[in-house]
Ligand binder design. Structure first.
Ligand code: CMP
Length: 139
């Protein structure tokens, strides 16, 4: 059975480009209920841990540098079929392949600075939410 939460981050470049408000608005308009939200910044070590599954990939070090380069928004989103629906809503990882109207098509500038992260499974949604939020920070 599919779960009803996913985890997202608005990445440093999208924040620096001033898209924070528009992206949050678009998330809400997409029918995702915000269960938790935080404006924060990853240390390099946080970013290494968060993206540990990618540690053998050639882009890992650059991704860690980028994700710790400035503030981010972290949020837990709730909706039926949240993981899959949010991945469709944000568009392909590579914004060049993202569908019209998706968050990445609108606000991403590269595959690394692809505006937002979205969990890839229910299991990872729980792990990633727990990385940023305690139970009493989720509503
Ligand atoms: P995200 O959804 O945050 O999950 C892993 C991230 O790695 C992904 O978004 C991209 O920003 C990044 N990524 C994936 N593939 C590549 C790639 N080929 N080159 C650079 N970054 C990548």
């Amino acid at each position: 059975m599919s779960g009803n939460i996913t985890f997202t981050m608005i990445k440093p470049k999208a924040i620096a480009d001033g898209h924070m408000g528009n992206i949050i608005k678009k998330i809400i308009e997409g029918g995702f209920n915000i269960k938790a939200l935080k404006y924060t910044r990853l240390t390099k070590n946080d970013a290494r841990k968060f993206y540990e599954v990618h540690k053998e990939r050639p882009f890992y070090n650059d991704l860690v540098e980028f994700m710790s380069s400035g503030p981010i928004i972290a949020a837990v989103l709730e909706k039926d079929n949240a993981v899959e629906d949010y991945r469709t809503y944000i568009g392909s990882t590579n914004p060049a392949e993202a569908a019209e109207g998706t968050i990445r098509k609108l606000y991403a500038t590269s595959i690394e600075a692809n505006a937002v992260h979205g969990s890839d499974s229910d299991e990872n949604a729980l792990i990633e939410s727990g990385f940023f939020f305690s139970q009493r920070e989720m509503f």
